[in-house]
Design a protein around this ligand. Sequence first.
Ligand SMILES: Nc1nc2c(ncn2[C@@H]2O[C@H](COP(=O)(O)OP(=O)(O)OP(=O)(O)O)[C@@H](O)[C@H]2O)c(=O)[nH]1
Ligand SMILES: [Mg+2]
Length: 342
Amino acid sequence: MKFLDEARVYLKSGRGGHGCLSFRREKYIEFGGPNGGDGGKGGDVIAEAVEGLNTLIDFRYRQHIRADNGRPGEGANRTGANGADAVFQVPIGTQILDEEGEEVIADLTYAGDRVVLLKGGNGGFGNAHYKSSTNRAPRRADNGWPGEEMRVTLRLKLIADVGLVGLPNAGKSTFLSAVSRASPRIADYPFTTLHPSLGIVEQDGKRFVVADIPGLIEGAHEGVGLGTRFLGHIERCRALFHLVDGTAEDPAGNYRTVRAELEAYGAGLEEKVEIVGLNKADAMSEEEIAERRAALIEASGREVVVLSGVSGRGVPEALRILRRAVEAERPKPGQEAEPWRP
Ligand SMILES: Nc1nc2c(ncn2[C@@H]2O[C@H](COP(=O)(O)OP(=O)(O)OP(=O)(O)O)[C@@H](O)[C@H]2O)c(=O)[nH]1
Ligand SMILES: [Mg+2]
C-alpha cells in the first residue's frame, strides 16, 4: 500500500437555502397570510478519525470536500431541507493544520474523534417569519447565508506505543512480523522499508501497537538516506525499541550513530524511554553475544536484550519489557490533552 503522510485539501460548507416569499392563495380567502418557509441550513464539513486507515492516500484523488447546500423554503410554511454534512474520514493520528501547515487546528487522536471544521450557512427566513401585528403581508424573505471555505493541510502522525528504530537491515521489519500479524517487506538490502507500518502485539490479553519505520543512517537529519522524514511517526510513541544488528562490524558504533540522529532530530525523541535489543542472536556464537552485549551496555548505559527475530530467542522477554515500558508511560486519565475543538 502506498503511504502518504501529508495532503492538502479544499473544504467548503454548504450555503443556506433561501427563504421563500409566498402568500396563502385559496378560493374564498381574500388576503391569505404570508406562508413562505425558511431555507434549510447548509451542511457542515466534519473530519472524523476512524480505525483501519493508515494513510492519507485517498486525499490525493479527493482534494475537494464540499457539503451540500440547504434547500430553499417553500410555500405553505415548508422549511427547506438541510444540506447533508460532508464527513470525511482520516486515520487516527491525523492533525489538521492551516494551509501553510503551521498552525494545528485539530488533532484527532482517538477513533471516533470528530471536529467540525466549517459550519454550513443558516437558511434565510421566509416571509412568514416577518409577519407581525403591524405588517401582515411582509414582502421580505432573506437569502441563505453563504457557506465557508478554507484550505487545510492534513498531516498523519501514526500513533503507536512502541517505535522501532535502528540502522537499515537491523531486523526491524523481521521483528515486527515475528510479533504481530503485520507482514512488512523483509530483505537483506538497506531501505527495504520505505514507509511506516503498524502491527498490533497481543500479549497476556493486552495489546500494544508497534510501528516499523525506515532505517536511519548517519546524516539522516540532513536528509541522507530516507532522512528523518518518518521520524515524525514515532514522536508520539511511548517507548523506542532500538534494534542493533549483532552481526554487523561495530554494533556499539552503529548504536551511537542512530542515537546521534535521534538527538539531532530533537522533538523529544532523545528523551523517550529506550529499550536496546542486540538482534540476530541466532547468527552469533555465545562468545560474540557476550562481548557485543557488553559493548552495547557500555555505549548505551542501558540493559540490553539479546534476541533474534528469526529464531524467536529473546522475543518474549523483549515484549515483556516493552509492555512494561508502555504501561509505565501511559498517560494517566486527564493527563492527555483534549483534542482542540473550534
Ligand atoms: N540471522 C538473522 N537474520 C535476520 C534477523 N532479523 C532480520 N534478519 C535479516 O536481516 C535482513 C534485514 O532484515 P529486515 O527485517 O528487512 O531489516 P530492517 O531493519 O527492517 O531493514 P530496513 O527496512 O532496510 O531498515 C534480512 O535479510 C533478514 O532476513 C535475525 O534475527 N537473524
Ligand atoms: Mg524494514
